[in-house]
Design a protein around this ligand. Structure first.
Ligand code: HGY
Ligand code: MN
Ligand code: MN
Ligand code: MN
Length: 394
């Protein structure tokens, strides 16, 4: 399987690679469209029927599309800017390899197997993560999704070339189980000495857009005492988020900022920053965000600036089907069962269908970075494990 993995992996390794490092595979951008063609080609090579759901999600079917009782696997192609190559694509490549492995084992599944390529899982282009799986499950309306804009002002509807189709009726009848394979975004499997693990839960998390407003003015002539500088309030808020997260044993990050007018010699009139906050449970997350908002507002009072915070996307706590997780861990020879604080399409689908995730060991734990990597042998073990799980579920 290692050689088979290497062959398939090589086919996509250069698609969307960015000379400044990592991959630039925004949803429905040129590189991702090339990956989608590669997906169709892989499906054709295996006589798998390809369907699209009108939301930007792509599916390859071994057996009758959409079941009933299909088992859905796969993941996403899109990346964060300059992200690694495994987050997403590993789940799709492994699914094609798992189909090959089942055929080599002489297995004919008793249920249809679907391989999904979900659109905009990272939310890197249109701002809402898991956009494709949220549309498929009705977690976001076609109207709201269609109006989401990228940095160039292109809407999701324009990029898709149509109004999104929205929720697929009868999903729970059509799909009996979902299994998404993903590189682990952490080092738990390294510490446990296991190449593959099974997910138990996804932390609740969300994204909040914070607009800090002040008085734009000349950087050289405005006295310090006369300033109402939103960058100052923003900076305090970033530090507050870090302190509050550490105190709560949670995670908070501000990694995306837009400044107006964004000129070296002009005090900003607006600083827009996005808060990514996550915690092991919902009350802790709520308290964290509340504490950050409180400190931002207090600081704005001191700076004579304004702050408005809007939730942009919320991903509720996910507790995967424990019986299914235990069953898969057993099938995989006692694979560890572990939580994650990374969001996934499987998390969205788990609200509608019994869902599981398989994690592949990541030696450094690093993800959303060009340094993300998993050894070929572990990736091969992941694909073999996915085949075994699909065999058991179908
Ligand atoms: O941000 C996340 O948790 C995921 O990688 N989309
Ligand atoms: Mn991912
Ligand atoms: Mn990711
Ligand atoms: Mn001047």
């Amino acid at each position: 399987m290692t050689a088979a993995f290497q062959r398939l992996w090589q086919e996509i390794a250069t698609i969307g690679r960015d000379p400044r490092g990592g991959y630039l595979r925004y949803a429905l951008s040129e590189p991702e469209l090339v990956l989608r063609d590669w997906f169709r080609n892989q499906a054709a090579r295996r006589d798998l029927a390809v369907t699209e759901d009108g939301n930007g999600n792509l599916f390859a079917w071994w057996g009758r599309p959409w079941g009933p009782d299909a088992v859905l696997t796969g993941s996403h192609f899109d990346s964060v800017p300059h992200g690694g190559g495994y987050d997403g694509p590993l789940g799709i490549v492994s699914a094609f390899l798992a189909v090959d492995a089942l055929r080599e084992r002489g297995v004919t599944p008793g249920r249809p197997i679907g391989i999904a390529a979900f659109v905009e899982e990272e939310g890197g282009r249109f701002g809402v993560p898991c956009l494709g799986s949220r549309l498929l499950t009705g977690a976001i309306t076609p109207e709201k999704a269609a109006g989401l804009c990228d940095r160039d002002g292109v809407t999701f509807g324009e990029a898709l070339g149509a109004r999104p189709a929205g929720a697929l009726p009868g999903l729970a009848r059509r799909v009996s189980a979902v299994v998404e394979l993903h590189i682990e975004q952490g080092k738990a499997l390294v510490d446990l000495g296991a190449p593959v693990g099974v997910a138990s839960a996804i932390w609740p998390h969300g994204r909040w857009r914070m607009d800090f407003t002040g008085t734009g003015d000349h950087a050289g002539t405005t006295r310090m005492a006369d300033r109402h500088d939103p960058m100052l309030t923003f900076a305090h808020t970033v530090l507050a988020a870090n302190e509050e997260a550490r105190a709560a044993g949670a995670h908070a990050t501000v990694a995306r900022v837009e400044v107006e007018p964004n000129a070296t010699n002009a005090i900003p009139s607006l600083v827009r920053g996005w808060l990514d906050a996550r915690a092991a449970d919902t009350p802790t997350l709520d308290r964290l965000v509340e504490a950050v908002l409180k400190r931002a507002t207090e600081q704005a009072g001191r700076d004579g600036t304004g702050v408005v915070v809007e939730p942009e996307s919320l991903s509720p706590e996910v507790a995967f089907d424990t019986a299914l997780a235990a069953r898969l861990a057993g099938i995989l020879g006692g694979a560890p069962i572990l939580p994650t604080s990374a969001g996934h399409d499987a998390g969205v689908l788990s609200a509608h269908v019994p869902t599981a995730m398989l994690f592949v060991r990541n030696p450094t734990g690093v993800s959303h970075s060009p340094a993300e990597h998993a050894p070929d042998e572990d990736c091969a073990a992941g694909a073999e494990s996915l085949a075994t799980v699909l065999e058991a579920l179908t």
